[in-house]
Design a protein around this ligand. Structure first.
Ligand SMILES: [Zn+2]
Length: 270
């Protein structure tokens, strides 16, 4: 993930204590120099003082920090208390806002924007990937569930239409990114019908795609995180199979699981 500071980045300002992210596009001219867009978003426009977002993502995937982590940006304007309450209470986002809303909550919301003309310009894959990575990174750091903590501007207020892509798809991509990139290892490539080779010992505290495979076999929640629930299921599975029920997935337990390549559903990026 390529993260750079904007020239003149705001290091001081009103405090930001976020419990979620609002995704935007800039609606800037397609031919505008991206560095000028960055400068404008640091400075502000008309009556709105900068910074206009906390993070801005260029078309080439470069993520530009416009503020320090703890500084508020003026990005979301007025929106719905009900949306904010759902985020606070960890309830999934409902979708597009049906009314304009009356409250300001920029001190509670991180603003992330992609540079895009907002007129239907394609979002390049590298830019979308950077957006997914940044949101996954922020969600992980704050221990947020993307389904509850990542909203689009159009979901905050009916005054706005950004971003133009589907927010539920974006949230799905962030979810998958959080599970699949936690890993300390990647599974080697091999024939379609072969068994997935032993990825190294998995135990409580392990986080990886390999843990997802194990969770599917033992019937635990397939979130890629080897926690207490997975531990109990692994022990139970080992017991049934006549293995040492120590809850550790070593070479023997892994081999007994017979995880085949073709059964492994690799999450698609889009
Ligand atoms: Zn917006």
């Amino acid at each position: 993930m390529k993260l750079v500071d904007a020239p003149g980045k705001a290091n001081t300002g009103r405090p930001l204590k976020p419990f979620g992210i609002v995704v935007h596009h800039t609606a800037s001219n397609r031919n505008a120099d991206p560095d000028n867009v960055v400068a404008m978003c640091v400075r502000g426009v008309n009556k709105v003082p900068g910074p206009l977002y906390n993070y801005l993502i260029k078309r080439d995937g470069t993520i530009v920090k416009l503020t320090a982590e703890n500084v508020k940006a003026n990005h979301a304007g007025r929106g719905l208390q009900s949306v904010l309450t759902r985020m606070q209470q960890n309830n999934p986002v409902l979708g597009d806002a049906t009314s304009p809303g009356k409250i300001s909550a920029n001190s509670r919301l991180i603003g992330v924007s992609i540079i895009n003309d907002g007129l239907g310009e394609d979002v390049p894959e590298t830019q979308m990937e950077a957006l997914v990575n940044l949101c996954a990174f922020l969600c992980e750091g704050h221990n947020w569930n993307p389904d509850c903590a990542v909203i689009g501007h159009k979901e905050w207020t009916s005054r706005k239409v950004d971003p133009l892509f589907s927010m539920s798809e974006l949230r799905g991509m962030i979810q998958r990114r959080m599970v699949t990139t936690i890993p300390a290892m990647t599974l080697p490539k091999e024939p379609e019908d072969g068994l997935v080779p032993f990825p190294g010992t998995l135990r409580k505290g392990s986080r990886s795609q390999a843990v997802v495979h194990v969770q599917r076999v033992v019937g635990a929640l397939a979130d890629g995180i080897f926690g207490r629930g997975t531990l109990a299921k692994v022990k139970q599975w080992q017991r049934v199979k006549g293995l040492v029920a120590d809850g550790v997935v070593g070479p023997k337990t892994w081999a007994a699981m017979q995880i085949r390549r073709q059964e492994v559903v690799q999450p698609a990026f889009y």
